[in-house]
Design a protein around this ligand. Sequence first.
Ligand code: 13P
Ligand code: SF4
Length: 313
Amino acid sequence: MGMATHEELFKRIEQLKKEKNAVILAHYYTRDEVQQVADFLGDSLALSVKARDIDAKIILFAGVNFMAETAKVLSPDKKVLIPVPEAGCSLAESCDAAEFAKFKAQYPDHKVVSYVNTSVGVKALTDVCCTSSNALQVVESIPSEQPIIFAPDRNLGAYIQKLTGRDNMVIWDGACTVHEEFSLEKILELKKQHPEAKIVVHPECKAYIAEVADYVGSTAGILTYCGEVDAEEFIVVTEAGILAEMRKQYPNKTFIPAPPMDSTCGCNECRYMKMVTLENIVACLEAESPEVVLDEQTRKAAERSIVNMVNIK
Ligand code: 13P
Ligand code: SF4
């Protein structure tokens, strides 16, 4: 297509969506222009639920691989397209399924709670999935005397452990490189410059960052908080893609991205989320490929843990 403008690509995508009965689901961390072509924009939990319920022949998932896989697990009869299958996730990669199986074998009495940021292989070893939106609820749905393995995010795990006071949780030692990169020093410097600003933090960040937060929550939780709280300025400690939606929803408020440790650039981005572009969405819809394909045995094995999650009210 050469050097098509955003306007031309927007038009082409609209045409293709109609022609093919396709919907686009996008995560808040994708590029601004990608968020603009989404039929549904959300956090990991909302996107999982939407993937299960949506009425369309094709779902194009603008996000990273594990999200598209989750959509396919929940909607096996739909064609699930992923423009860039190489768009992985540092957190999902920090938990290899074979290694996790060995780890799990050491704790035969434990129930396994895994963040959705995992491969289908890890989900198959999981009793119930969670996201950053519902991790507390999921852990609290398990009787307090029941020991738990929490995987793969050590920061979210430690945060939930602190909130619940549960001492029977073993936590897999994984992390998201994007969220672990934020600099406390730089956040405190920003706070000095903007003393009225509220600090909002994703729970994938390290504990010493969460400690200075006015609010800790998922991307959807942060968005809601910014609307409800009586404040004009926010220091945003999560992937910078969320700023587009914040500025759209609250045009009269000011959002300041928190910088990572060793960078002079003002914000922190997930390179995987940014791999999805308007160009590769067009190509993917035109070719109806790449498509997420899971063998039925793997899909079935992973399904239970995700269904258990979406069923927790
Ligand atoms: P949410 O659970 O807020 O969607 O964020 C998870 C995440 O990091 C997605 O990559
Ligand atoms: Fe994975 Fe972190 Fe990127 Fe989210 S921000 S997709 S957890 S690498």
